[in-house]
Design a protein around this ligand. Structure first.
Ligand code: NAP
Length: 328
């Protein structure tokens, strides 16, 4: 795996980031540890977790898996979602962030995280309160950089403006959903990140597994997969509209022509898009991880790449289309 600059910071990260959302859930501790080892052996140095994954167990497993190699890794975690029953066990208040980082450091078995990300916009807390608290965490050495996830472009632009005005540490990265199926960030968020020099870390680059080509239109979603698991059906099937099935068809076709798997082709497309730093890959076992690491180290024929971009084209709407055609 190649290394890439992490936005405008002084660090470099591998072109794939290892996601740990399956740790302590689909993947038991032994499998999770084996995946961390395999990923680092393949040249990866970037691992993403969150307090909320498997209710803290993902952080614990990740921490144990990195023992002895902690400083070689860029370790990212997140805060924002509910971690307890109380009214203040959620959100981006000073209280929840300060308790959140202490709990994450404890579970990860480390005294700092490289990238501390707010997991989603919090409409109830003033942005200044969250940003001031995050700035303090950097000053205290508990956190090296701060980033955000699941923000709208105006929210991110506002946050960057406040940080600049107050001379606080700015968000240096965005973690958005991005794949051949979900390209919405191309309207505003991606151009903003390119303009402001933020690293972009796409989550669900396979749309949760759909782009592996293993699901068939008009057939029940196979059990033992994220799509087939009853509890995930609602959050998963929203992605499966007619356009998505056409994209899957195109990916399967291009994969055959390129001599790669559909998942490798879909990941390769994401990791070579302008402005993208490091897609976060997810896997339930070593076989999937190996296959996904195989998305790196080769170039897709540009014509095949273009055919994927066309097959997944979407209406950007107003004012984006108006602006694009203004000088045509
Ligand atoms: N910030 C956020 O809000 C947010 C949200 C989601 C995820 N994330 C981060 O992004 C990471 C990746 O997200 P994701 O897991 O949704 O990514 P994804 O790559 O879109 O989906 C991964 C899932 O697809 C299936 N899969 C992976 N490789 C495969 C292969 N080669 N063949 C067949 N199936 C394959 C597996 O599920 P099955 O085997 O169960 O089918 C796997 O768990 C997470 O670990 C987490 O770190 C962040």
């Amino acid at each position: 795996m190649e290394l890439r600059p992490f936005g405008r910071t002084g660090i470099k990260v591998s072109e794939l980031c290892l996601g740990t959302m399956t740790f302590g859930n689909e993947a038991d501790e032994a499998t999770s540890k084996a995946m961390v080892d395999r990923f680092l052996d393949a040249g990866g140095n970037f691992v993403d977790t969150a307090d909320v994954y498997s209710a803290g167990i993902s952080e614990e497993i990740t921490g144990r898996a990195l023992k002895g190699r902690r400083d070689d890794v860029i370790l990212a975690t997140k805060v924002r979602f509910r971690m307890g029953p109380g009214p203040n066990d959620i959100g981006l208040s000073r209280k929840h962030i300060q308790l959140g980082i202490e709990a994450s450091l404890r579970r990860l078995g480390t005294d700092y995280v490289d990238l501390y990300q707010v997991h989603c916009w919090d409409p109830r807390t003033p942005l200044e309160e969250s940003l001031a608290t995050l700035n303090d965490l950097v000053r205290e050495g508990k956190v090296r950089y701060i980033g955000c996830s699941n923000f709208a472009a105006w929210q991110l632009a506002k946050a960057l403006g406040i940080s600049a005005l107050k001379d606080w540490e700015p968000f240096v990265s965005l973690q958005p959903e991005y794949s051949l199926i979900t390209r919405d960030i191309e309207r505003e968020l991606l151009p903003l990140c390119i303009d402001a020099g933020l690293a972009v870390l796409p989550w669900s680059p396979l749309a949760g597994g759909i782009l592996s080509g293993k699901y068939q239109k008009d057939a029940p979603l196979e059990r033992g997969t994220r799509g087939g698991d009853t509890e995930n059906e609602i959050t998963f099937t929203y992605r499966l509209d007619d356009r998505a099935w056409k994209v899957v068809e195109a990916v399967v076709d291009v994969a055959q022509k390129a001599g790669k798997t559909p998942a490798q082709v879909a990941l390769n497309w994401v990791l070579t898009r302008p402005g993208i730093t490091s897609p976060i890959i997810g896997a339930r076992n070593l076989e999937q991880l190996d296959a996904n690491i195989g998305a790196t180290g080769w170039e897709l024929d540009p014509e095949l790449g273009k055919s994927l971009t066309w097959a997944s084209a979407f209406r950007k709407g107003y004012p984006y289309e108006f602006i694009e055609y203004a000088d045509a």
